[in-house]
Design a protein around this ligand. Structure first.
Ligand SMILES: C[S@@+](CC[C@H](N)C(=O)[O-])C[C@H]1O[C@@H](n2cnc3c(N)ncnc32)[C@H](O)[C@@H]1O
Length: 362
């Protein structure tokens, strides 16, 4: 088609104009294809292009999940890798072709395939820089749940949600590096002697902070048994304790100076969040503060992510929609808190760091 390149990049109005002209010429020449047909083709191409970035993510997910980037790290042929690791050669060849096309792999003259260094660093299981669990969560938890809208939206029964405690605890911890300095600043300023991390997951925050503040006691409470076992293994500092249990049945041995709700609010409904704030108030010392780390829906940035995350939360039986800052301020007021500050942690994700102090306890 001689007009291919023009169609791919021109705005739609202009395309209509070009097509009308073409159509007129074509009709003069006795051609058959009408304007509407071209527009249809143009739209088909447009949507295909929209979907193209997905290929990269799919390739990266598989490469991480099946450890394929690792197998090709030092360069190997498809046949050798398939043979050594018991993989289907034909499917592995297809994955390799995509990898070369999207720039995750390169092919040497001898026919060997090699993983690009960045993929090896960030998307292999053995690398300490790996972020692959994020892709596993996306493909194994979020996407199946988003696809379930097809069944759920017309009121049909919902499949049981995929198990998620382990995965979600792992991916939330990726935020730690950005959030810890903000938490540390609060602990330092308040000269906190005790901190409670509610829903501590793998205990990454407890671990990092306990190391930085050896004179402060850090307690983490976690309801999921397996996650709790990992958190304990992870936390060997003397000033760190991981408690297995439900925050709603928890009574601390001491009033805490700082209490944290990090990436946990979406486990609870709006009404229950009010109860959480009340429980936090009951566990805090007179001048104690509450830190909340969460994506929020009414932030200035990150609307796309927040709306996608919210679609996931709403479709997942065990989850609840993300809070808005407005809702949190309202809920916190009912527990006699006031918002001291709200800072963005990850702009694109809408993640915020909110600091609350108790009103009237001073
Ligand atoms: C998304 S993870 C966040 C982990 C960690 N706070 C972080 O930000 O990386 C939430 C954790 O809260 C735990 N959780 C949920 N409800 C809880 C409850 N009622 N009491 C204690 N932990 C709870 C979940 O099992 C999960 O490990």
């Amino acid at each position: 088609m001689e007009t291919d390149v023009k169609f791919a990049f021109a705005p739609q109005k202009r395309i209509h104009h070009i097509l009308s002209e073409l159509d007129a010429k074509r009709k003069q020449r006795g051609g058959q294809m009408a304007v509407n047909e071209y527009v249809k083709v143009w739209n088909a191409r447009k949507w295909l292009k929209e979907a193209e970035p997905f290929l990269k993510v799919w390739h990266a997910y598989l490469g991480y999940s099946l450890n394929l980037f690792s197998y090709f790290k030092s360069g190997a042929t498809v046949v050798d890798v398939a043979d050594k690791h018991g993989l289907k050669p034909e499917l592995l060849s297809r994955w390799v072709e995509v990898g070369v096309a999207v720039g995750h792999l390169r092919e040497s003259k001898g026919g060997k395939i090699k993983t690009k260094p960045k993929m090896g660093k960030y998307l292999t299981k053995e690398s300490k820089h790996s972020v692959g669990i994020l892709l596993e969560e996306l493909f194994e938890l979020h996407m199946p749940t988003l696809l379930s809208y097809r069944e759920q939206l017309p009121n049909k029964e919902q499949d049981p949600p995929p198990e998620m405690a382990d995965m979600v605890a792992g991916t939330s911890s990726l935020l730690e590096a950005l959030a810890v300095p903000k938490i540390a600043a609060v602990i330092k300023k308040r000269k906190a002697e005790s901190v409670l991390d509610v829903g501590c997951g793998y205990g990454g925050y407890v671990k990092r902070l306990a190391h930085t503040f050896p004179g402060t006691q850090f307690d983490g409470i976690e309801v999921d048994h397996d996650v709790c076992v990992s958190a304990r293994k992870n936390n060997v500092n003397e000033n760190a304790t991981i408690i297995e249990g439900d925050f709603f049945h928890f009574q601390g041995k001491r009033p805490y100076d700082v209490l944290m709700f990090n990436n946990i609010l979406y486990y609870f409904s709006t009404e229950t969040r009010v109860e959480m704030f009340k429980r936090a108030a009951a566990q805090l010392a007179t001048d104690g503060v509450l830190i909340v780390i969460s994506p929020i829906t009414d932030g200035k940035h990150g609307k796309r992510f927040a709306s996608a995350f919210n679609s996931f939360m709403s479709a997942h039986k065990k989850m609840h929609p993300l809070p808005s800052k407005k809702e949190l301020v309202k809920a916190s007021k009912q527990a006699h808190f006031r918002l001291l500050s709200a800072k963005t942690i990850v702009k694109e994700g809408g993640w915020h760091f909110l600091l609350f102090e108790q009103r009237g306890k001073h």
